[in-house]
Ligand binder design. Structure first.
Ligand code: NAP
Length: 280
């Protein structure tokens, strides 16, 4: 029987740490959330972020822009937010509508306000092992490992998924923590063999139930980043929990695992950004 890693409890702990630190600051940290279009799921996420900020004493602003907003107009807003003293972090809810150049827009966020760590400058610092903040989801996974006393040092780690947002930075953070990392993707010839070799297995794919018990080594630590809504609206992870849990030593559930911790790490990143921008 695996230890179920409790994301809600860890998120509450991180949020309490952020709340206490923010309360002691003379100038509040601030987050601006930019949302384009009327995607209901994205609006729910944005509302959740606003609530999180309120709970932690972080000032927040929300910009709900129409789906037809032009590239120039959006970049102009970001340039204004880049100049603002009371905004330490700028978060652009992805995905953006197809007519917008996502790459150019993410690059328009000042690197010191890029609390998602999506800007190439921050990605470069991450590669150097010198990032001011880690991307929220991989950062959350590392926090999970730390919380449960799982040290990647000397361990074989497999990350399934190579996106810029999760898989690649996840592999970098595990490497920096002295894990030996294999990255898998759709062209990996034998996914099962790569997973079976792992002491720490991170699935960040978006294919419900892809990782089954026969792909997991006895005693492995299994982190499920995947969140896909099925046709009934139920949130499903990449890991087939019933067959994997009996083999794992530690496992994250979906929901209640990586998701809440990711949200909490965003708040920690806003606080760090405020500190590094000189707020005391
Ligand atoms: P993404 O950009 O779609 O990337 C998915 C990755 O999985 C790609 O690298 C893809 O390989 C790989 N992949 C797809 N099918 C595969 C297969 N059958 N075998 C091996 N690899 C396969 O997704 P993402 O943004 O990284 O997100 C991944 C999942 O995490 C999604 O479910 C997302 O909703 C979830 N997520 C959760 C949180 C959270 O807070 N819990 C945060 C972010 C993302 P190729 O590169 O070869 O296409």
């Amino acid at each position: 029987m695996a230890v179920i890693m409790d994301g809600k409890a860890l998120a509450a702990k991180v949020k309490e740490e952020v709340r206490a630190e923010a309360a002691a600051m003379a100038e509040k940290p601030g987050l601006a959330v930019v949302l384009v279009g009327d995607n209901p799921a994205a609006q729910v996420y944005a509302a959740g972020k606003k609530r999180d900020c309120q709970q932690c004493g972080i000032y927040s602003e929300e910009y709900l822009l129409p789906g037809t907003v032009g590239q120039e107009e959006l970049i102009q807003l970001l340039e204004e937010l880049n100049q603002r003293r009371n905004v330490d972090g700028i978060l652009i809810q992805l995905p953006l509508p197809a007519h917008l150049d996502e790459r150019a827009i993410l690059q328009a966020v000042a690197p010191d306000k890029d609390v998602d760590c999506f800007h190439p400058w921050n990605m470069g610092r991450l590669v150097e092992g010198n990032a001011a903040v880690a991307p929220c989801t991989p950062g959350g996974v590392m926090r999970f490992l730390q919380e449960y006393g799982v040290d990647p040092k000397g361990k074989l780690c497999t990350v399934v998924g190579r996106s810029n947002i999760v898989g690649k930075p996840m592999a970098l953070l595990l490497t920096q923590a002295h894990g030996t990392v294999t990255i898998c993707h759709t062209k990996t010839p034998d996914l099962k063999a790569c997973c079976l070799g792992a002491d720490i297995l991170v699935a960040a794919v978006g294919r419900p139930g892809l990782i089954t018990g026969d792909m997991v080594k006895e005693g492995a630590v299994v982190i499920d980043v995947g969140t896909t809504r099925d046709k009934d609206g139920v949130l499903r992870g990449d890991v087939d929990f019933p067959s994997v849990e009996p083999k794992a030593s530690y496992i994250t559930p979906v929901p209640g695992g990586v998701g809440p911790v990711t949200r909490a790490i965003l708040l920690e990143n806003v606080l760090r950004a405020a500190r590094s921008r000189g707020k005391k």
